[in-house]
Design a protein around this ligand. Structure first.
Ligand SMILES: [Zn+2]
Length: 386
């Protein structure tokens, strides 16, 4: 009989490792150790960049035939924040009043523990299933996300590793288990605009050129533009201004530069190119009118994508309904996740724990939710390999 792993004890074990991104602290090795004990073949994948530390990642697989059902997750966590504001140690994994506390319980060590526990029970019960189960476990989702899933996906592509479906264990439910499954995400692009004019005395504006004036007009025009009205799968695209500044440090000086940063979360009606065209045309025409020079830079952090609801999503919905008594909404809301990379090699869906405490002090999940999630994952495997 293969050994059975308990989801609560594994969550605790993982919480006790302070794997604050990009530090691994042995979290990936711990996951690999458990998976090896279940018979998985584990491949450690380390990647680094010029300016980043080495990031540890893991690809593990059991079985040689298809279909290959993959679970994806990250072991790195965000910093604890104000430690004094926590009721318990952020890396203690204390259980209190039916909840387990600690940084990463919800996002997303609890999810990883539940899937490993589910797999251990599944292998124990159905030693001979047809297909493969695999894991992509990475270490830099919460930071720059360049040496984690992105490069693991490149590696898997090169190795021609076929993944038929991928379940990402991010906390997809806002308040209660079963509420929501994420079947795609909006895209994200950040724009940095700097306008250059001519510095001068505020009392002699005709002898200067204040770049703040056109900048305000540009931001107003962009912000009041209706990008779209959304569609069945996506909410409307939205622009938010996040930073504004000038280089003046006196109250009576017209600045020579004025700059702003804004981010657009966009749906599948737009691409980087179509948005950049819009932004650039508004910016350049207003800047020209005011005789200012405009410099525009972009940071592209993800395009909009969607996994068309098919057989596997239906099967998952049904299982979630069975265990939680709720039919999950198929949503594309929220921030970006590593699903944006995995979607290039496999249809991808996110379902995990309740996320209302993620990234906050006293991050926690109900012990009963861990049990529910493990059951859901188990039943998904059971019906997928039926
Ligand atoms: Zn996460």
């Amino acid at each position: 009989m293969a050994k059975v792993i308990n989801e609560l004890s594994l969550t605790k074990e993982l919480i006790k490792i302070p794997s604050v991104t990009p530090i691994d602290g042995g979290a990936i090795a711990l996951v690999a150790r458990h998976l090896k004990s279940l018979g998985f073949k584990c491949t450690m994948l380390e990647f680094k960049d010029k300016n980043t530390p080495t990031i540890k990642n893991l690809y593990a697989r059991i079985g040689k035939t298809s279909p290959n059902f993959c679970f994806a997750g990250h072991t790195d966590v965000v910093p604890a924040g104000n430690i004094k504001a926590w009721d318990v140690g952020p890396f203690s994994g204390v259980v209190k009043n039916g909840k387990i506390y600690g940084r990463g319980t919800s996002d997303m060590k609890g999810g990883i523990a539940c899937f490993i526990a589910a797999v251990s029970e599944f292998l124990n019960d159905k030693k001979k299933f047809k297909g493969s189960i695999s894991f992509i476990i990475t270490g830099d989702e919460e930071s720059v996300a360049i040496n984690g899933t992105k490069k693991v996906v490149d590696y898997l592509k090169k190795k021609k590793e076929k993944i038929d479906f991928c379940l990402v264990g991010e906390p997809s439910n806002r308040k209660v288990m079963g509420q929501m499954m994420k079947i795609g995400r909006r895209g994200s692009i950040t724009t940095y605009v700097t306008l250059s004019g001519t510095q001068g005395h505020v009392a002699y504006p005709h002898e200067a050129c204040n770049p703040s004036t056109p900048l305000i007009k540009i931001l107003d025009k962009l912000k009041s533009m209706v990008l779209d009205k959304g569609n069945a799968n996506f909410q409307p695209s939205n622009l938010e201004i996040t930073k504004m500044a000038t280089d003046s440090n006196a109250d009576n000086v017209i600045p020579s530069t004025a700059s702003a940063t804004f981010n657009i979360r966009f749906n599948n009606k737009h691409s980087y190119a179509s948005l950049k065209k819009k932004i650039s045309s508004v910016t350049q025409s207003i800047a020209n009118k005011y005789k200012c020079k405009a410099n525009i830079e972009y940071s592209e952090t993800g395009v909009a994508f969607i996994t068309k609801p098919g057989k596997t999503i239906q099967l998952m919905s049904k299982v979630i309904k069975q265990i939680t008594n709720k039919t999950p909404v198929l949503s594309t809301t929220g921030g970006t996740s590593d699903a944006r990379f995995i979607k290039d090699i496999a249809p991808c869906v996110e379902f995990g724990l309740v996320g209302n405490t993620m990234h906050k002090v006293n991050e926690c999940v109900a012990v009963s939710d861990l049990k529910k999630l493990k059951k859901i994952y188990y039943k998904i495997l059971e019906s997928y390999f039926h």
